[in-house]
Write a protein that binds this ligand. Structure first.
Ligand code: GAR
Length: 198
């Protein structure tokens, strides 16, 4: 790894398909960052197996082993910090984070959310978009701030909502876009950071 390459830690909770899309983009040569580690808060996360097969350092910090959100977040931060990341990537990491954790990574913690923020913060975004009669839906990559799904948007991807869509067909159409969006957004962040430091 080149000494000046952007170091990334990816946090997942399950399937990890967004994490895979980032690793695949690196392997394909379209994203120039180093994934220092993948960390899951769930022991059985499918994404962990993929990361291990890719030779990426993989860790589990099981939130069930902690009495409080604060204790979990403190241990998680300690694990993350051993890799000195330039960017911490939340990729389907389904945990509410404490303000202390978020502030510790101010400006370098990013998330992907399955809606066109500021619309549909929180859960069940696809069903809510259908119920609201939206003609367009999508996904957003944003910087994380202490307020849930509220940080500045880095990049968005849009899809049409079709007349016969249900939450799962719409989710699949959005997810396909997410897999292009997340590597693109990381690329944008890295490029902007490089420009700022040039
Ligand atoms: C993705 O659709 C992501 O946008 C969403 O969870 C899914 C994770 O899939 N994230 C959120 O809802 C965060 N609020 P993945 O594990 O296959 O990447």
């Amino acid at each position: 790894m080149a000494a000046n390459k952007t170091n990334v830690v990816i946090l997942i909770s399950g399937r990890g398909s967004n994490m895979k899309s980032i690793v695949n983009a690196i392997n394909a040569g379209s994203l120039d960052v180093n994934v220092a580690a993948v960390i899951s808060n769930r022991p059985g996360a499918a994404g962990i197996e993929f990361a291990q097969k890719q030779g990426i350092q993989s860790l589990v910090v099981d939130h069930k082993n902690f009495d409080s959100r604060e204790q979990f977040d403190q241990t998680l931060a300690k694990e993350i910090d051993q890799f000195s990341p330039d960017i911490v990537v939340l990729a389907g990491f389904m945990r509410i984070l404490t303000p202390e954790f978020v502030n510790h990574y101010a400006g370098k913690l990013i998330n992907i959310h399955p809606s066109l923020l500021p619309k549909f913060k929180g859960l069940n975004t696809h069903q809510r978009a259908i119920d609201a009669g939206e003609k367009e839906h999508g996904a957003s990559v944003h910087l994380v701030t202490p307020e849930l799904d509220n940080g500045p948007v880095i990049l968005q991807a849009r899809v049409p909502v079709l007349q016969d869509d249900d939450a799962s067909t719409l989710a699949a159409r959005v997810l396909e876009q997410e897999h292009q969006l997340y590597p693109d957004a990381i690329n944008k962040l890295v490029t902007e950071k490089l420009t700022q430091t040039a």
